[in-house]
Design a protein around this ligand. Structure first.
Ligand SMILES: Nc1nc2c(ncn2[C@@H]2O[C@H](COP(=O)(O)OP(=O)(O)OP(=O)(O)O)[C@@H](O)[C@H]2O)c(=O)[nH]1
Ligand SMILES: [Mg+2]
Length: 249
């Protein structure tokens, strides 16, 4: 090979290397821009979700809790057939939109569907006295909420609020957690009762909550956080709920 050819070859090699570097740098810039856009959209979604949904069976105490928090007093309530919405100012954290979702079976899904996309947190209220009698209904409703596609994707923080602790025979949150875990386990394992999540497109797909091969535990829903706390809306003991709201806001 002549000297001229060698020079030409080395010029071509260095041009090829430069173009490879340019491609790598462009790919890196495109990757970084995509990541920045993704983080921006994700953060905006999280920040704009300021709703707290109060859900649970009828008579569990949602409307009394709502009025204690929003109006600072008890208001007489009847079985709700529509939602109550109020603004809750959280110290140093801004405002949360509190939504009391009626517990009536015929309307609760419709109202939950309306507010679930903006939910930053969900408070599942239950009656700690009548739990034995209502355990199946409570577990089914809770399973439906936890396996909701929007909840599975947004993972709003969840508090299971064991209300009516003023009742002498009310169960405490720890006992309630273990009773609920047993019932959720039965629900999950019973083929006929296996609940299905309805995907956004309306197709039904089965949803298995927790870890396969072991009994159901709320801890296995991680990164979905599920906490338990006690309250009595009747005696205005909502301290644990207020602390949780402060941490979620
Ligand atoms: N003893 C006791 N009673 C309570 C407590 N919280 C609510 N109640 C009573 O339970 C009944 C039902 O309370 P609501 O707040 O209307 O129940 P809800 O969950 O809104 O029920 P729906 O609107 O039907 O979904 C009312 O008579 C309340 O006064 C509590 O902590 N202790
Ligand atoms: Mg109500």
């Amino acid at each position: 090979m002549s000297k001229k050819d060698e020079t030409l070859r080395s010029v071509l090699d260095s041009e090829e290397k430069t173009s490879q570097w340019v491609t790598i740098v462009i790919a890196l810039i495109v990757g970084l821009i995509t990541l920045a856009v993704f983080l921006f959209v994700w953060r905006r979604g999280r920040v704009s979700r300021r709703g707290i949904c109060l859900v649970g069976l009828c008579e569990s105490g949602k409307t009394l809790i709502f009025s204690q928090l929003i109006y600072k007093k008890a208001v007489e309530s009847f079985t709700s057939m529509k939602e109550n919405v109020g603004v809750l100012q959280i110290e140093n954290k801004g405002a949360l939109k509190l939504v009391d979702v009626p517990g009536h079976e015929r309307v609760r899904q419709r109202f939950f569907d309306t507010y679930k996309t903006t939910a930053r947190g969900i408070v599942f209220v239950l009656d700690s006295f009548s739990l034995n009698k209502d355990i199946r209904d409570v577990a089914e409703y809770l399973y439906t909420i936890l396996s909701d596609p929007v909840v599975l994707s947004n993972r709003p923080q969840m508090l299971i609020l064991c209300n009516k602790q003023d009742h002498a025979l009310a169960k405490g949150p720890q006992v309630i957690q273990s009773v609920l875990e047993k019932e959720m386990n039965v629900l999950r394992n019973t083929q006929t009762n296996q609940l299905e999540a309805i995907s956004e497109g309306g197709n039904r797909k089965s949803c298995y909550l927790g870890q396969e091969g072991k009994n159901f535990e709320f801890a296995d829903l991680y990164p979905q956080r599920v906490e338990f706390a006690a309250s009595s809306a009747q005696t205005e003991d909502l301290e644990k709920l207020k602390k949780w709201l402060q941490s979620v806001a």
